[in-house]
Design a binder for this molecule. Structure first.
Ligand SMILES: [Zn+2]
Length: 95
């Protein structure tokens, strides 16, 4: 099971899986901006599980598979990404 050279069984049920699950459960550092886009119409990812407490959460109306192509997704994320790009607060390069 897995993808040769990328993932193996350990990534799905072993120490690799547990290490990554634990890391994902940790809150993001305040210096890392996050935007969680969710949809109550999503029949794959339960919308309430998509609201990361470390993120700014915004709702759009889209199916799961259409979200990446949905115009509302880009209209929604544009102002947030623009404000991050204009802000020194979230500079990605450490000093
Ligand atoms: Zn792994």
């Amino acid at each position: 099971m897995g993808i040769p050279g990328l993932l193996n069984g350990d990534c799905f049920a072993g120490p690799c899986y547990r290490a990554n699950s634990d890391a994902l459960a940790e809150p993001l550092p305040p210096s890392v901006p996050a935007l969680a886009v969710y949809s109550r119409l999503d029949r794959i990812a339960p919308w309430h599980l998509c609201q990361d407490p470390s993120a700014e959460c915004v709702e759009i109306r889209s199916s799961h598979t259409a979200m990446g192509l949905h115009p509302d997704f880009y209209r929604t994320i544009r102002p947030t990404l623009a404000s991050w790009a204009a802000s020194d607060e979230h500079a990605a390069v450490p000093a």
